[in-house]
Design a protein around this ligand. Structure first.
Ligand SMILES: NC(=O)c1ccc[n+]([C@@H]2O[C@H](COP(=O)([O-])OP(=O)(O)OC[C@H]3O[C@@H](n4cnc5c(N)ncnc54)[C@H](OP(=O)(O)O)[C@@H]3O)[C@@H](O)[C@H]2O)c1
Length: 338
């Protein structure tokens, strides 16, 4: 019953604030009041947030991720509605928000209380807890969106192996777990050979290092291996992957952890009908967003894998986690309790 979850607004609450400017951003934990929050229809008592690569970029000089200062960081949040002026949402409702301007130009989720436009709010789907929602967060949502887009382009479990790059990261770990849950044969690529056991426990049938396909030859076409690819790494590894995608296969490209530039030829596209699918979680339309979250709560929910894929943190741990995620020192997902 919604009334049972009613939360009283805190007079003062803690938040992680980035201040300074884009050349020298500085973060601090600050105490805010409700009047410090931006305008919005829905005020939320935040239970959990999560640490994403973009949050790390947000505190990197000259990244231009944060568009105005001071800014409360955090591109994800899950919590309970305290107050709503939108008739679709009520005090006590469990909700989540990812993407849009959150933590970039609108105060974000590393805060005990947040206020956002109603148009950004996704009701927590039945079957997920608030913590589960942040175990996924933007990274898991992006993994799911990548898989869903490839399925819309013909990927099925009988099509052949699916490659996941950056497999120990947030998008990568959840892509391995979700694909395995759906019954796909997963090849997990990580630079960290020592994490092969982790990746097998997540559901990878095969683990490889990027050297196995980045062999320097970069021929226009190679033997057909992968039916699908979830790629949060991009850069030159993508150039090496495209020639080995099966006829009619898909690459869902979401990230730039390995670089933003790559050189390729037209051959995989015009001779094998390969689909290069751009994945954007930030402005993803609400109908797609809700459909993907419903899948994350049902057929894409990686049963029994959340403990393996997450570590727990507090707001005080976040600054250290932001620097670690940029150095690839975070495995899987960091869930932040507020
Ligand atoms: N398009 C979107 O809407 C969207 C949404 C979410 C994330 N992203 C992007 O996706 C990427 C991954 O995000 P994430 O949250 O999963 O980050 P993450 O947790 O840090 O994972 C990234 C992984 O990529 C690999 N990697 C890192 N640096 C690399 C390098 N220089 N060369 C090759 N591999 C490298 C590492 O995996 P191994 O060590 O296992 O190889 C790392 O764990 C980021 O670029 C992020 O901005 C985009």
């Amino acid at each position: 019953m919604a009334g049972l979850k009613r939360v009283e607004p805190m007079a003062r609450f803690r938040a992680l604030v980035a201040d300074g400017n884009e050349d020298a951003p500085a973060v601090r934990i600050d105490e805010l009041t409700l009047s410090d929050l931006p305008a919005g229809d829905v005020t939320i008592s935040v239970s959990y947030s999560s640490v994403n690569y973009k949050d790390g970029l947000a505190v990197s000089p000259k990244s231009r991720v944060v568009r105005r200062y001071p800014m409360v960081l955090g591109i994800d949040l899950a919590g309970v509605v305290i107050h709503s002026t939108d008739r679709r949402l009520h005090a006590g409702d469990e909700v989540l928000v990812t993407g849009y301007d959150l933590g970039v130009s609108h105060f974000g989720g590393f805060s005990q209380v947040a206020r956002v436009p109603a148009e950004w709010v996704v009701p927590l789907p039945k079957g997920l807890t608030l913590r589960d929602a942040m175990a996924f967060g933007t990274a898991g949502f992006t993994a799911a969106l990548s898989i869903d887009r490839m399925e819309q382009n013909g990927l099925g479990t009988d099509a052949g192996p699916v490659l996941v790059t950056g497999a120990t990261g947030g998008v990568g770990s959840l892509a391995v777990a979700i694909l395995s849950q759906l019954g796909y044969e997963v090849t997990a690529s990580s630079r960290k050979e020592g994490e092969a056991e982790y990746l097998r426990h997540l559901g990878a049938a095969v683990t490889v290092t990027p050297d196995s396909f980045m062999n320097g030859e970069n021929r226009p076409l190679r033997g057909e291996i992968w039916a699908g690819v979830v790629d949060p790494v991009g850069g030159e590894s993508l150039a090496s992957i495209l020639p080995a995608v099966k006829y009619g296969g898909s690459v869902a490209l979401s990230g730039l952890a390995g670089g933003w530039r790559f050189a390729t030829t037209v051959h995989p596209f015009i001779l094998r009908g390969v689909n290069l699918l751009g994945i954007d979680s930030v402005q993803c339309p609400m109908d797609t967003r809700r459909r993907i979250w419903d899948r994350l709560a049902t057929d894409m929910k990686p049963i029994g894998k959340f403990d393996l894929v997450t570590v727990s943190a507090t707001l005080d741990d976040v600054p250290e986690m932001l620097s670690k995620i940029l150095k690839s020192e975070v495995r899987g997902r960091v869930v932040v309790s507020l």
